[in-house]
Design a protein. Structure first.
Length: 256
């Protein structure tokens, strides 16, 4: 559960009214709060869910962890329940991960496609496989360099239409969208690709807390202050129904 507060004194509001108004200060604060909430959600998506007294969303650090045979997820112990484990592929071949050293020991423009092909083929069954690949800048750059112009599949539908930097992976008998997550303030771990089967993920939310303003209209005025208070909130959880087709490709030693 997360709430972003907006508290404006009436002096601030009145200073920005009338014919000389440059912008609506209240709506500017609301926009900033919505961006802050979006940033908090982005951090949560990659988190382990322990921040803020465990009120943070349980993100990919727990849903698709590096170490897959320990810890509890969704109330189920992964140490004893083997069917509740995702898969980790490590280019550098660390213990506990599926080694890709037969292909290479680094993620490069030469190895990225064979590594993806191996992961996609190994963790699939029929129509069930990772249809979304979220890449850090290092892996995205390697994949982009691996595809010459005539081969590159630029995705201009679905996520591509929403403004994401999206390519399309075709290989291992599968197709998947590739999305870049990087840049200033990125929460995506470096040297990492998440292979996600979107049919097995659910972003569940409370209908009264889905990026909603908690108070009606512009907000409420405290009885002891000349001000307006408003809150924007979200409440819910990211859940997974089947870990079998979800995996993480990472490079534990990029310099190796």
């Amino acid at each position: 559960m997360v709430v972003i507060p907006i508290i404006l004194s009436m002096q601030e509001i009145l200073n920005n009214e009338g014919q000389a108004q440059l912008e609506d200060v209240y709506e500017t604060y609301i926009t900033a709060a919505e961006k802050a909430l979006s940033d908090a959600m982005d951090a949560g998506i990659y988190s382990d869910g322990t921040a803020n007294g465990n009120k943070q969303i349980t993100g990919l650090a727990t849903a698709v962890p590096i170490v897959t045979n320990s810890g509890t997820y969704g109330g189920i112990d992964r140490g004893s329940a083997t069917i509740w484990r995702t898969t980790t592929f490590d280019a550098s071949g660390s213990a506990g991960s599926v080694s890709l050293s037969g292909i290479g020991t680094q993620v490069t423009s030469t190895t990225i496609r064979p590594m993806l092909n191996y992961a996609m083929t190994r963790q699939s069954r029929g129509k069930d496989y990772a249809d979304l690949l979220i890449m850090s800048p290092e892996h995205y750059a390697a994949y982009d360099a691996a595809t010459i112009a005539i081969q590159r599949q630029q995705n201009e539908t679905s996520l591509g239409q929403l403004g994401f930097s999206a390519l399309e992976y075709i290989g291992g008998g599968k197709r998947a969208e590739i999305v870049l997550d990087g840049g200033i303030g990125s929460n995506c771990p470096a040297n990492t690709t998440f292979g996600l089967n979107t049919d097995t993920f659910r972003l569940r939310y409370h209908p009264q807390r889905n990026f909603d303003r908690i108070f009606d209209a512009d907000g409420q005025m405290p009885i002891d202050k000349d001000a307006v208070a408003q809150f924007i909130g979200w409440m819910g959880e990211l859940t997974m129904t089947n870990p079998l087709f979800n995996w993480r490709l990472y490079d534990s030693n990029p310099a190796a």
